[in-house]
Design a protein around this ligand. Structure first.
Ligand code: TYD
Length: 139
């Protein structure tokens, strides 16, 4: 199964311009408990480099673009987030890296849980070990 799970948001555009509305459990497949956004990212900066034990997120670049790399411990896939009407669903236990932010990039992230530092896995080797043991357990 693809690691890249894109959601097309319906655009309610008309002759005045565009509008996207996002609702919990409709356009976004969970209860939204937190919203944050990443902007004014300096040239050449990379972000992310972590996974979450139990967190669902949808990321959308509402202006500009960035390249998202996803990794489940055995496979890596990447996708450009470059549209205000295209969201990327990132589920539990996915290592994510954000590269190549454009100067104008504003990335909005909707999250299923409040901020919890203990939910982060920030070391790739720990992530890989946990991912491997979960995949073995599922077989
Ligand atoms: P971090 O998770 O390191 O950002 P990224 O993964 O994009 O590189 O977060 C940067 C800082 O912001 C860190 O000190 C934690 C804090 N933070 C919050 O307080 N609440 C949040 O919802 C998020 C995402 C981060």
């Amino acid at each position: 199964m693809s690691l890249v799970k894109l959601i097309d948001f319906p655009s309610l555009g008309d002759e005045r311009g565009s509008l996207v509305a996002l609702e919990s459990n409709k356009d976004i497949p969970f209860d939204i408990k937190r919203v944050y956004y990443i902007f004014c990212t300096h040239q050449g900066v990379v972000r992310g480099f972590h996974a979450h034990k139990k967190l669902q997120q949808v990321a959308v670049c509402i202006t500009g673009k960035c390249r998202m790399v996803l990794d489940n411990g055995t496979r890596k896939e990447e996708v450009w987030l470059d549209s205000a009407s295209k969201g990327l669903l990132i589920e539990d236990m996915i290592w994510r890296e954000m590269h190549d932010f454009s100067n104008d990039c504003v990335m909005l992230v909707l999250a299923s849980e409040h901020y919890d530092e203990s939910d982060y896995i920030r070391e790739y080797s720990s992530f890989k070990n946990i991912a491997m043991s979960l995949q073995i357990g599922m077989k």
